[in-house]
Every structure is written in C-alpha cells, then in structure tokens.
Design a protein around this ligand. Sequence first.
Ligand SMILES: Cc1cc2nc3c(=O)[nH]c(=O)nc-3n(C[C@H](O)[C@H](O)[C@H](O)COP(=O)(O)OP(=O)(O)OC[C@H]3O[C@@H](n4cnc5c(N)ncnc54)[C@H](O)[C@@H]3O)c2cc1C
Length: 335
Amino acid sequence: MTKTPSPSLAIIGAGPAGLMAAEQLSLQGYSVSVYDQMPMPGRKFLMAGRGGLNLTHSETFDQFVARYGEAQDFFAPFIHAFSPEELRAWYDDLGEASFIGSSGRVFLKSFKASPLLRAWLRRLETQGVKLLMRHEWKSFTDQGALHFHSLENGDVLVKADAVLLALGGASWPREGATGAWQNLLRDKDIVVTTLTASNFGVNVPWSEYFISRFAGQLIKRLIISCGEHQAHGEAMIAHYGLEGGAIYALSPLLCDGIAREGSVTLALDLRRDFSDSELVARLKKPRGKKSLSIFSPRRRGLILHPSLWCVNLFCYEVRNFLIKRKILRERSRLA
Ligand SMILES: Cc1cc2nc3c(=O)[nH]c(=O)nc-3n(C[C@H](O)[C@H](O)[C@H](O)COP(=O)(O)OP(=O)(O)OC[C@H]3O[C@@H](n4cnc5c(N)ncnc54)[C@H](O)[C@@H]3O)c2cc1C
C-alpha cells in the first residue's frame, strides 16, 4: 500500500510567527518549508532580545486581555488557547527559564534571544521543517504558484497545498520587516488594512549638551500620565526624544488622542516616591553657589542621576511641572 504524502505547507516569513506556525503545523503532519528574504531567521526577534525581551505579563487573564483595547474580543480566544503561562512553559521546554519582574512583566533569565532561537531552530530541524533563506517572495502566479527571487537560484516557483503568510509589520526594515508585501496583496485585489504603529517613541527637542551626555540612558521607576491614564515603567533617552516600555504602554491611547484632538499632553513623574509638596520643599532649600549638577543631592534626598536632569528639561518642555522656574534658571547653562 502506498503511503499518502503529507500535505505541503509553504510559510513565508521566518520571524517568531512563522517559526511558531512551522512548529505546530509540522507536528500535525504537514511537510513544512519556511521561506525568508533575509540571510538568517528571526532577525527582529534577535533585536528584541537585545532590549531584554519582555515575553509576556503575569497579570490576570482579564487584565491581560484588556490591554488589547478594542481588539480584545478578537484576541481573547487565542490567548485562552495559548495562555501566558503556557508561553512560559514553552520557553522552559527550550531550556530558557523566565522570571516575573517587579512590574509584573515576564523576562528571560538570560535576557537574550539568541540561545532560545538556536534551540528553537534545532527543534524545527528535528521535526523536519526546511528553512530556505534569501528567498524573497515576489508574487503569486496566475497558476497559483509562489514566485520567489533567490540570490543563488534566481527566479524560483513553488507549488504548495497551503500557504501561510507571516510577513511581519513595517518597522525595522533592516531586519526584514519592510511591509512591502502589502502591495503584493493589493495587486491581487486583496484588501489590506493600513498598518499603524502599535508602539512609538515621542519627540523631545533635547539640547545638544543634554543628548551628548545622556543619550542611551535608561530612566527607571517612571510614571507617565496622559489625562487619567498612567503607565509605570522605564523609558530610554533617545537622540530624538524618549522611547521604551512606559511610553509604549500608552501608545494606543496617544494615537487615538492625536487622531481625535490633534495633540495630547504627557506628564512625567520622575520621583514618584515624593509628593508634589515634598519635591517643591526639597528643591526650595537654598543650594548656595552650587550649580544644579553638583548641589548636594543626598542632603535633599534627590539622587544625582540623569533623571534629575530630565526632570529639569521636561519641566521646561511641558511647561507645567512644579519646579519649572528652577529649570529655567539652569537652562541657559545647558542650552
Ligand atoms: C528593538 C525591538 C525590541 C522589541 N522588544 C520586544 C519585546 O521585548 N517583546 C516582544 O514581544 N516583542 C518585542 N519586539 C517586537 C517583536 O520583535 C515583533 O513583534 C516580532 O518580531 C514579530 O514577529 P513576526 O514573525 O510577526 O514578524 P517579523 O519578526 O518581522 O518576521 C517577519 C519575517 O518576514 C520576512 N519577510 C517579509 N516580507 C518578505 C518577503 N516578501 N519575502 C520573504 N520574506 C519576507 C522578513 O524578512 C522577516 O524575517 C521588539 C522589536 C524591536 C525592533
């Protein structure tokens, strides 16, 4: 008796979405080939690993799902089917233990994505998944074949029983996520929802002096508010402004607010352990001839840290912070 061949599945995109689909569907008996235009799989995933790789959150199911905002009804069944706890167990199985941070977010103990990716690729190989790198998907032919351009083999046509697109978004094009696939689909009259950013940083016109000293520094234990909404966490000082977890958590809200009102106001609390009056009292204490950069922070319980400088610059930028006048005095020196 001849054995029925396994149905063939072509997955385009070797990011975490494509690799996870390959893992699951090869277990279900598909003969899986994964194609990607880049020389290596998981490029953006590795980039995420450089920032510490936040895997998931430890909060309750309802709180977690609520973070998807308007899309929560759509996502709830998927998260039920593969919960944050199951995701952690999956990482564990690949030899990468995770832990819950003080914010409730979950990270890999190694803070790296590369060992995990290596273990994952080994697992896929054992399951018979084929990886074909440097294959850029160009279109579907009228006969339903996939047309790739491969650096080594030129034009390649592939027929598969099923095709799964896992092409990522449109940020970090250097890592493969160009979003160019949108036009490939539109050319075939397939409706594609316009991509919008789900995470973004904010522009702050730092002075050159400030950015030369503090670019790349992390501000920890920050509270960012926008109206009645708050996010706790950290933000990194980038050359163009601020980015990082606390800003990203408010991104959907900021997007909606800007679309609705044209602008939004962000308030940054860099010393959440102080009440407003405590902070004012501490800063009012005379500091004699010392400049702000050296005036005895310990005596006032203020730690001399980039965040203190940020307090000052933010005060200036948002014009509504309590210690604004002190900043203006310092500003002429900083600018
Ligand atoms: C700096 C940074 C930090 C991040 N931190 C985190 C974090 O802490 N936690 C977290 O969960 N996420 C984080 N992310 C986001 C995470 O990396 C992405 O959500 C994830 O990579 C998306 O996976 P994906 O498989 O959908 O898409 P991608 O990883 O973008 O993979 C898509 C793949 O499709 C390929 N492709 C696209 N078009 C074609 C084509 N025409 N032909 C062939 N191949 C094609 C691309 O080359 C790419 O390899 C971070 C991202 C960045 C950039």
